[in-house]
Design a protein around this ligand. Structure first.
Ligand code: ATP
Length: 483
């Protein structure tokens, strides 16, 4: 992982945050290539899940909308969600080395004084009993730093969605089932940030809360598990490296009816690790906010269509009036109920790391003279590649640079393209291989005669001659979502 992190730094994918001051554990910066990669991931997610989600199990349209909530919210949100009371990992401290370790991961941890042993195995270790440790970052809002002004940096984006559930329903006139999506930063004061960006203290999530009728919730749980797994495959993650794992009863959060972790075989571990959790959360969140805000009605869903369809010989058309006659509970719940929620919750940084690991390839290819040489190539899916195409003049004379610039300027408004006229052409190709650029387009002597260029495919190394006027269409085709 250290070698890989160095490669990521050298190429401008990921840097340690505030490195000039020795860094800060659990925080990372994305460089010029990394920021494009992560943006492409978030945009692919938004495009495929929010704007264009796959049809439902019965071929129905899926209705999705987005939100962008504040990072700091009223702290009561975190009381209602259970994070103030319970968002903690049991921790064990060592009085000798002052290290702090997650109690459930102690066997896999290293003793800082004796790295070949786990904490507790070295005779000098003095471990405490496991204690709760809240993972939320705390701050104060306003000038006064008092108990009354405590606020938290959100540890997940989901709660902003629940808190706005009624606003979204009222302003967008959605009907069940529907989803609300959000991409944004989350903060957790992780005890043991590790494995590069895998476990960070500041990270980004891509979350969906999908609201549905309780009777249909298992169908939607299945739907989202399938959709989310396929999404990773559609972006080039090999199925051998992906594992959907249904959590055992003992792992499930107390409110969860079922959770499937979609895991990826990261090179730093012998076991696949979580990329995303798809959780069936039942009606836990909406009920919790209804209870804590005292606004029960706001969090319940009234199925107007069903109410109207069942009108029959009912004396009143007002649901409120009808309730006064105290019909049996089951009858009321036909029309008014707390929706159930399916939550596919993915980490943008974890997936970026998985994409980097998956793409990183070292292979032998023949050099210009046919001799085998090693090349490092990032085999990104074209949709995710930071740079889509590089444009080169073969040599800097005979009108080639001008023609290359013309093509570069033609492509630039449509894709992130790169112009390079420096150094030997072979070296320019290698540099783009390391950046993961799917296409290199070279302007040569023939271009000036017949208007054709060569397009070199990053993975097959094949070069094809195509009319310069078709280059844009070739790139656009490779970027068309297949999801
Ligand atoms: P883990 O078990 O790895 O701590 P979690 O189950 O606490 O993760 P969730 O609360 O379900 O994670 O968060 C949803 C997603 O957010 C995770 O699947 C992961 O992709 C991402 N995520 C959570 N914690 C971190 C972190 N510390 N660093 C980077 N990404 C994270």
């Amino acid at each position: 992982m250290a070698r890989f992190a160095k490669f990521c730094k050298d190429m401008g994918f990921i840097y340690q945050s505030s490195e000039i001051y020795g860094g800060i554990n659990g925080f990372w910066d994305y460089g010029p290539l990394g920021v494009e990669l992560k943006r492409n991931i978030k945009e692919a997610w938004w495009h495929d899940m929010v704007r264009n989600p796959p049809l439902g199990p019965n071929g129905q349209e899926i209705h999705m909308v987005g939100l962008d909530c504040s990072i700091i919210m009223n702290p009561k949100v975190w009381v209602a969600s259970g994070h103030v009371g319970g968002f903690s990992d049991p921790m064990v401290d060592c009085k000798t080395c002052k290290g702090r370790f997650r109690a459930d991961q102690i066997a896999a941890a290293q003793c800082p004084l004796k790295p070949s042993k786990a904490p507790g195995q070295f005779e000098e270790c003095q471990l405490t009993e496991p204690r709760a440790f809240n993972l939320m970052f705390q701050t104060y809002v306003g000038a006064v730093q008092s108990e009354d002004n405590i606020a938290y940096l959100r540890p997940e984006t989901a709660q902003g969605i629940f808190a706005n559930y009624r606003n979204v329903l009222d302003s967008s006139r959605l009907k069940l089932p529907f989803g609300i999506a959000q991409v944004g930063k989350a903060f957790r004061n992780e005890i043991n940030p590790r494995n590069f960006t895998f476990r960070s203290r500041e990270f980004e999530q891509m979350e969906i809360e999908f609201f549905c009728h309780p009777a249909e919730s298992m169908m939607w749980y299945q739907y989202w598990r399938d959709v989310r797994k396929k999404w990773y495959s559609s972006l080039g993650i090999q199925s051998d490296n992906l594992r959907p794992r249904e959590q055992g009863k003992d792992e499930l959060a107390h409110y969860s009816i079922g959770t499937t972790d979609i895991e990826y075989m990261f090179p730093f571990s012998d076991e696949p690790q979580e990329l995303e959790g798809v959780a069936h959360r039942g009606d836990f969140d909406l009920k919790a906010h209804a209870r804590h805000s005292g606004m029960n009605e706001k969090f319940m869903y009234f199925d107007e269509e069903r109410w109207n369809a069942d009108a029959g010989t009912r004396a009143t058309n007002s649901f409120k009036e009808w309730l006064k006659t105290n019909p049996p509970t089951a009858e009321v719940e036909k029309y008014q109920f707390f929706p159930h929620v399916i939550e596919p919750s993915a980490g943008a940084d974890r997936f970026t790391l998985a994409v980097l690991c998956e793409a990183y390839t070292v292979e032998e290819v023949p050099d210009a003279k046919g001799k085998p040489e090693e090349r490092v190539v990032m085999k990104f899916h074209p949709r995710l590649a930071p740079i889509k195409a590089a444009v080169f003049p073969l040599v800097n004379k005979d009108g080639m640079p001008e023609k290359a610039l013309e093509l570069y300027r033609q492509l630039k408004p449509h894709f992130n393209v790169f112009f390079d006229d420096k150094g030997a052409i072979g070296r320019r190709y290698r540099r783009q291989d390391e950046a993961g650029t799917p296409f290199c387009i070279t302007i040569d002597g023939d271009t000036l005669k017949d208007g054709t260029v060569t397009i070199r495919d990053r993975d097959t190394l094949k070069q094809e001659r195509v009319p310069m006027t078709e280059v844009q269409a070739v790139i656009a085709k490779a970027l068309t979502p297949g999801c």
